[in-house]
Ligand binder design. Structure first.
Ligand code: SF4
Ligand code: SF4
Ligand code: SF4
Length: 579
């Protein structure tokens, strides 16, 4: 690699020729503050927080977009630099709704932290504030531009990472606002509710729709039987909200926490992930063996489904008709479970804890009432659950280990790996292979489909039949393989698509990392590794071996793809157009 030598604050630093001054300084342990910078996503030099002095330059330079050069002399901490950063920050604050104590990002806000670090103790420029928009019509995402600092991190995420592109700067100068076209609501444009913009936002201008009050109300109602399911990815992230390490596994603390909140039964979405595999695996084999529509594309990720409905209507027949594990769970809960326990389904209140903001949208879709009731009443994100626990004074770290309730809390490792990109594919392959061949799989770990590479491909030999599979996570990566399928350039049989980068572990409802932390670690990879550790420690690791799922078929459903399954566990899709 070609290297150059420069000095930063008098220290000799070696850096690759294509590095920026910001990168070279970080490598040398010198911190230059940033605000609009988000590594690999938003590197535009817009906020001017990273200004530095460069010998020979007429004005201060922005380090995040400034390439290093041989012999360059940089000063990151001169009076002019400090004053410039302070003035910039004070101007930002002068047009900001400074209601920190009631703000969703209080104590986890990059603007607040930077103000503290730069020693801002007063705002010298009070004056007129720009006109704000508050948009809470979406079932998933709330926009509050009174807290927006126009950093454009959300814009780059929505356009570049997700290739959805529904938010952009509207108007100019002081009037600028980040919003959908014509200042429409996010609910009126092809937003897929993924929440990746929330994870990118340094402040409280974007947040999930808070549904905690609905759950508090149900928990306080003695007439209601309140049941909760918890998604695979939440067990490797909830602990972060209580000071635990990134990706720490807290599976057994979760039932204890939820019981203390007052839930009547604590079940596991891993159970219905196993059920999904039974249905989806059977659907795949059926299509493969009977000349059905291929490639089959997975349908667990509601943001991906909406993206497909808007952008690739010609591929809707390729989508698996299986509902997501969340929705299968809801349908089974208000039918099989209600019947088995002798509880009136009208009295069951079904809550789901998800890493995902799009699930809030999914549970309200008209197709998701197949039990005769809304199958899942409320979806809370990991962050909302953490807030409820804190409000109730429950410290996750101080709880004993407890187990999920039976029967809908019994699961296998295959259900757990749904939380990471490639996991649904791997879980399906474990079952499809054994069901199709009647032979035991020697190595159940399909490592080719694991990891955070954007697109992964593999060919699997199922008793002489070569099955070509592909896995994509993040909608930008999904587009790459979907375009190939659309243009007849690929010969895939089975495709897994997850809307969020990293899969559900990187979902839009998960704990939020600062830009600095995101630079230091690939949190999706870290949480993904924990998911595979959960799987390795499970006694059962294949969905078809789940005894509770076997009993469900025996007592209620009959067989995969049977009549009852079709009614309760399968769905259909709608072409939506772009505007
Ligand atoms: S976004 Fe940050 S600085 Fe603004 S009100 Fe919220 S916590 Fe305070
Ligand atoms: S939720 Fe996703 S699609 Fe919607 S604006 Fe945010 S990033 Fe874009
Ligand atoms: S909404 Fe958040 S991420 Fe988007 S421009 Fe405003 S402050 Fe930045």
């Amino acid at each position: 690699m070609d290297m150059v030598t420069l000095t930063i604050d008098g220290i000799k630093v070696e850096a690759p020729k294509n590095a920026t001054v910001l990168e070279a300084a970080r490598k040398a342990g010198i911190k230059i503050p940033t605000l609009c910078f988000l590594k690999g996503v938003n590197e535009i030099g817009a906020c001017r927080m990273c200004v530095v002095e460069v010998k020979g330059a007429k004005s201060l330079q922005t380090a995040c977009v400034l390439p290093v050069s041989e012999g360059m002399e940089v000063v990151t901490n001169s009076p002019a630099v400090r004053e410039s950063r302070k003035v910039t920050l004070e101007l930002l604050l002068s047009d900001h709704n400074l209601e920190c104590p009631t703000c969703i990002r209080n104590l986890n806000c990059e603007l607040q932290k930077l103000s503290e670090e730069l020693g801002i103790k007063s705002i010298r420029y009070p004056g007129v504030k720009s006109k704000a928009q508050y948009d809470d019509f979406s079932p998933s995402i709330v926009r509050d531009t009174s807290k927006c600092i126009l950093c454009r991190r959300c814009v780059s995420t929505c356009h570049k990472v997700q290739t959805v592109g529904v938010i952009s700067p509207n108007y100019r100068g002081f009037e600028t606002v980040i919003a959908p076209v014509f200042d429409m609501s996010l609910n009126e444009v092809p937003c897929v509710n993924c929440g990746q913009c929330i994870l990118a936002c340094p402040v409280g201008a974007l947040k999930e729709k808070d549904d905690t009050h609905k759950v508090w109300q149900a928990l306080a109602d003695p007439e209601k039987h309140v049941v909760v399911q918890i998604a695979p990815a939440v067990r490797v992230s909830l602990g972060e909200e209580f000071g635990g390490k990134r990706g720490g596994i807290v599976t057994k603390k979760i039932p204890a926490a939820l019981r203390r909140l007052g839930f009547d039964k604590v079940f596991d979405t891993d159970f219905s992930a196993d059920l999904t595999i039974m249905e989806e695996g059977s659907e795949f084999l059926e299509r493969l063996q009977n000349g059905g529509k291929l490639p089959l594309i997975t349908s667990c990720s509601p943001g991906w489904i909406k993206f497909c409905e808007h952008n690739y209507p010609e591929l809707l027949d390729n989508l698996s008709t299986c509902k997501s594990p969340q929705q299968m769970f809801g349908a089974v809960l208000k039918t099989y479970y209600a019947e088995k326990m002798g509880i009136d389904p009208a009295k069951i209140f079904s809550v789901s804890i998800m890493p995902c903001t799009a699930k809030k949208y999914e549970c309200q879709r008209p197709e998701m009432f197949s039990s005769g009731y809304q199958d899942v009443d409320v979806v809370l994100t990991t962050r909302e659950l953490a807030r409820m626990l804190k409000e109730a004074g429950i410290d996750l770290n101080k709880l004993p280990d407890e187990e999920f309730d039976e029967p809908l809390g019994i699961s296998t490792g295959a259900g757990a790996i749904f939380g990471a990109t490639g996991g649904v594919m791997e879980a399906a392959l474990r079952t499809v292979y054994e069901i199709d061949t009647n032979k035991e799989l020697e190595n159940i770990e399909f490592t080719d489909v694991r990891g955070v590479e954007g697109v992964k491909e593999a060919t699997i030999d199922i008793d002489g039949t070569k099955v070509n599979v592909a896995v994509a996570h993040g909608l930008g990566n999904a587009r790459k393989i979907l375009d190939k399928v659309k243009n007849g350039e690929a010969n895939y049989h089975f495709i897994e698509i997850m809307c969020c980068p990293g899969g559900c572990v990187g979902g839009g409802g998960q704990p939020i990392l600062s830009a600095d932390e995101r630079w230091e670690m690939d949190y999706r990879e870290v949480r993904g590794e924990s998911i595979y550790e959960v799987d390795r420690k499970m006694k059962l690791r294949k969905s078809h071996e789940n005894p509770a799922v076997q009993t469900l078929y025996k007592e209620f459903l009959g067989k995969p793809l049977g009549e009852k399954s079709h009614k309760l566990l399968h769905t259909h899709y709608t072409e939506r157009g772009l505007y």
